[in-house]
Design a protein around this ligand. Structure first.
Ligand code: SF4
Ligand code: SF4
Length: 166
Protein backbone atom coordinates (compact mmCIF):
# COMPACT_ATOMS: atom_id res chain seq x y z
CA UNK A 1 0.00 0.00 0.00
CA UNK A 2 2.79 2.41 1.03
CA UNK A 3 4.76 1.51 -2.11
CA UNK A 4 1.74 2.24 -4.26
CA UNK A 5 1.37 5.66 -2.67
CA UNK A 6 5.03 6.43 -3.42
CA UNK A 7 4.74 5.33 -7.04
CA UNK A 8 1.50 7.25 -7.49
CA UNK A 9 3.28 10.35 -6.25
CA UNK A 10 6.26 9.75 -8.55
CA UNK A 11 4.00 9.20 -11.58
CA UNK A 12 2.07 12.36 -10.67
CA UNK A 13 5.26 14.42 -10.42
CA UNK A 14 6.28 13.18 -13.86
CA UNK A 15 2.90 13.54 -15.47
CA UNK A 16 3.15 15.59 -18.68
CA UNK A 17 6.86 16.11 -17.97
CA UNK A 18 9.09 15.29 -20.92
CA UNK A 19 12.73 15.96 -21.90
CA UNK A 20 11.74 18.69 -24.38
CA UNK A 21 8.75 20.99 -24.46
CA UNK A 22 7.55 19.09 -27.52
CA UNK A 23 7.50 15.38 -28.35
CA UNK A 24 11.20 14.53 -28.72
CA UNK A 25 10.19 11.30 -30.49
CA UNK A 26 9.62 13.48 -33.55
CA UNK A 27 13.34 14.19 -33.93
CA UNK A 28 14.55 10.59 -33.70
CA UNK A 29 11.54 8.47 -34.69
CA UNK A 30 11.27 7.42 -31.03
CA UNK A 31 14.57 5.56 -30.95
CA UNK A 32 14.21 4.64 -27.30
CA UNK A 33 11.01 2.74 -28.16
CA UNK A 34 12.54 0.87 -31.07
CA UNK A 35 14.89 -1.58 -29.42
CA UNK A 36 15.10 -5.29 -30.06
CA UNK A 37 14.28 -8.04 -27.60
CA UNK A 38 17.61 -7.57 -25.80
CA UNK A 39 16.80 -4.00 -24.94
CA UNK A 40 14.43 -3.06 -22.22
CA UNK A 41 14.14 -1.51 -18.82
CA UNK A 42 14.26 -2.44 -15.18
CA UNK A 43 11.02 -2.36 -13.29
CA UNK A 44 11.74 -0.55 -10.04
CA UNK A 45 11.16 -2.58 -6.85
CA UNK A 46 7.47 -2.88 -6.13
CA UNK A 47 6.48 -0.86 -9.20
CA UNK A 48 4.44 -3.79 -10.42
CA UNK A 49 1.75 -2.70 -7.93
CA UNK A 50 0.99 0.03 -10.48
CA UNK A 51 0.30 -2.47 -13.24
CA UNK A 52 -3.40 -3.13 -13.39
CA UNK A 53 -3.77 -5.23 -16.51
CA UNK A 54 -3.35 -2.54 -19.18
CA UNK A 55 0.28 -3.45 -19.74
CA UNK A 56 -0.07 -6.14 -22.42
CA UNK A 57 2.60 -4.25 -24.40
CA UNK A 58 5.17 -5.30 -21.77
CA UNK A 59 6.91 -8.64 -21.45
CA UNK A 60 8.21 -8.84 -17.91
CA UNK A 61 10.76 -11.42 -16.86
CA UNK A 62 12.93 -12.20 -13.85
CA UNK A 63 16.49 -11.03 -14.25
CA UNK A 64 19.60 -10.37 -12.18
CA UNK A 65 21.34 -7.11 -11.49
CA UNK A 66 24.62 -8.31 -10.09
CA UNK A 67 23.42 -11.02 -7.69
CA UNK A 68 20.08 -9.43 -6.96
CA UNK A 69 16.78 -10.63 -8.38
CA UNK A 70 15.06 -7.88 -10.34
CA UNK A 71 12.27 -7.54 -12.85
CA UNK A 72 13.16 -6.59 -16.39
CA UNK A 73 10.71 -5.59 -19.10
CA UNK A 74 10.84 -5.53 -22.86
CA UNK A 75 8.02 -3.86 -24.78
CA UNK A 76 6.54 -4.29 -28.22
CA UNK A 77 7.44 -0.71 -29.18
CA UNK A 78 3.99 0.80 -28.83
CA UNK A 79 2.20 1.67 -25.63
CA UNK A 80 -0.41 3.80 -24.02
CA UNK A 81 1.91 6.33 -22.39
CA UNK A 82 -0.39 6.50 -19.41
CA UNK A 83 0.69 3.00 -18.42
CA UNK A 84 4.38 3.09 -19.31
CA UNK A 85 6.89 2.11 -16.63
CA UNK A 86 8.88 4.59 -14.59
CA UNK A 87 12.11 3.91 -16.50
CA UNK A 88 10.40 5.20 -19.67
CA UNK A 89 9.03 8.25 -17.89
CA UNK A 90 12.51 9.39 -16.87
CA UNK A 91 14.54 8.43 -19.95
CA UNK A 92 17.25 9.54 -20.80
CA UNK A 93 17.95 10.22 -17.13
CA UNK A 94 18.52 7.82 -14.28
CA UNK A 95 18.67 8.25 -10.51
CA UNK A 96 22.13 7.89 -9.01
CA UNK A 97 23.23 7.54 -5.38
CA UNK A 98 26.90 8.29 -4.75
CA UNK A 99 29.21 6.77 -2.14
CA UNK A 100 28.12 9.42 0.36
CA UNK A 101 24.51 8.40 -0.07
CA UNK A 102 23.51 11.53 -1.98
CA UNK A 103 20.79 11.20 -4.57
CA UNK A 104 21.21 12.94 -7.91
CA UNK A 105 19.81 12.54 -11.37
CA UNK A 106 22.30 11.92 -14.17
CA UNK A 107 22.24 11.32 -17.88
CA UNK A 108 21.91 7.56 -18.23
CA UNK A 109 25.21 6.35 -19.69
CA UNK A 110 23.32 3.49 -21.37
CA UNK A 111 21.26 6.09 -23.24
CA UNK A 112 24.27 7.89 -24.68
CA UNK A 113 24.36 5.75 -27.80
CA UNK A 114 20.61 5.80 -28.31
CA UNK A 115 19.31 9.25 -27.51
CA UNK A 116 20.29 12.19 -29.73
CA UNK A 117 19.70 14.56 -26.81
CA UNK A 118 22.75 13.01 -25.10
CA UNK A 119 24.91 12.07 -28.06
CA UNK A 120 25.28 15.72 -29.03
CA UNK A 121 24.04 15.03 -32.54
CA UNK A 122 21.14 17.40 -31.90
CA UNK A 123 21.79 20.60 -30.02
CA UNK A 124 18.63 20.94 -27.96
CA UNK A 125 18.89 21.43 -24.23
CA UNK A 126 16.82 19.14 -22.05
CA UNK A 127 14.15 21.03 -20.12
CA UNK A 128 15.49 21.73 -16.61
CA UNK A 129 11.98 21.32 -15.18
CA UNK A 130 11.98 17.73 -16.43
CA UNK A 131 15.22 16.94 -14.59
CA UNK A 132 13.89 18.61 -11.44
CA UNK A 133 10.71 16.55 -11.61
CA UNK A 134 12.71 13.34 -11.98
CA UNK A 135 14.76 14.27 -8.92
CA UNK A 136 11.66 15.07 -6.89
CA UNK A 137 10.04 11.80 -7.92
CA UNK A 138 13.07 9.85 -6.66
CA UNK A 139 13.33 11.90 -3.48
CA UNK A 140 9.91 10.51 -2.70
CA UNK A 141 10.68 6.97 -3.86
CA UNK A 142 13.89 6.46 -1.87
CA UNK A 143 11.94 6.73 1.34
CA UNK A 144 11.37 3.06 0.60
CA UNK A 145 14.48 1.10 1.66
CA UNK A 146 14.16 -1.48 -1.10
CA UNK A 147 13.99 1.20 -3.78
CA UNK A 148 16.96 3.03 -2.25
CA UNK A 149 18.96 -0.22 -2.20
CA UNK A 150 18.07 -0.90 -5.82
CA UNK A 151 19.24 2.58 -6.87
CA UNK A 152 22.54 2.08 -5.00
CA UNK A 153 23.01 -1.20 -6.85
CA UNK A 154 22.08 0.38 -10.17
CA UNK A 155 24.49 3.25 -9.51
CA UNK A 156 27.44 0.95 -8.98
CA UNK A 157 26.47 -1.03 -12.10
CA UNK A 158 26.39 2.25 -14.04
CA UNK A 159 29.83 3.20 -12.68
CA UNK A 160 31.14 -0.09 -14.03
CA UNK A 161 29.40 0.45 -17.35
CA UNK A 162 30.98 3.90 -17.64
CA UNK A 163 34.42 2.48 -16.92
CA UNK A 164 33.96 -0.16 -19.61
CA UNK A 165 32.60 2.20 -22.26
CA UNK A 166 34.81 5.20 -21.43
S1 SF4 B 1 15.69 8.60 -27.85
FE1 SF4 B 1 15.83 10.55 -26.71
S2 SF4 B 1 15.10 12.10 -28.18
FE2 SF4 B 1 14.43 10.11 -28.94
S3 SF4 B 1 12.35 9.83 -28.09
FE3 SF4 B 1 13.80 8.84 -26.67
S4 SF4 B 1 14.22 10.45 -25.13
FE4 SF4 B 1 13.33 11.48 -26.92
S1 SF4 C 1 6.90 1.00 -22.90
FE1 SF4 C 1 6.25 2.67 -24.23
S2 SF4 C 1 7.56 4.41 -23.69
FE2 SF4 C 1 8.54 2.55 -22.89
S3 SF4 C 1 9.97 1.88 -24.50
FE3 SF4 C 1 8.03 0.81 -24.82
S4 SF4 C 1 6.88 2.05 -26.29
FE4 SF4 C 1 8.52 3.33 -25.42
Amino acid sequence: MYTRILYKKAYRLLKDSTPLKFDCGLICSSKCCSGDSDMGMYIYPGEEVMFEGHEDFLFIRQDKLRDTDVLFAVCNGKCNRRYRPLACRIFPFTPYIDEKGRLTVIEDPRAKYICPLLSGSIDLGIDTAFKRNVLNAFRALIRDDEIRRFICLLSSALDEYRKLTG
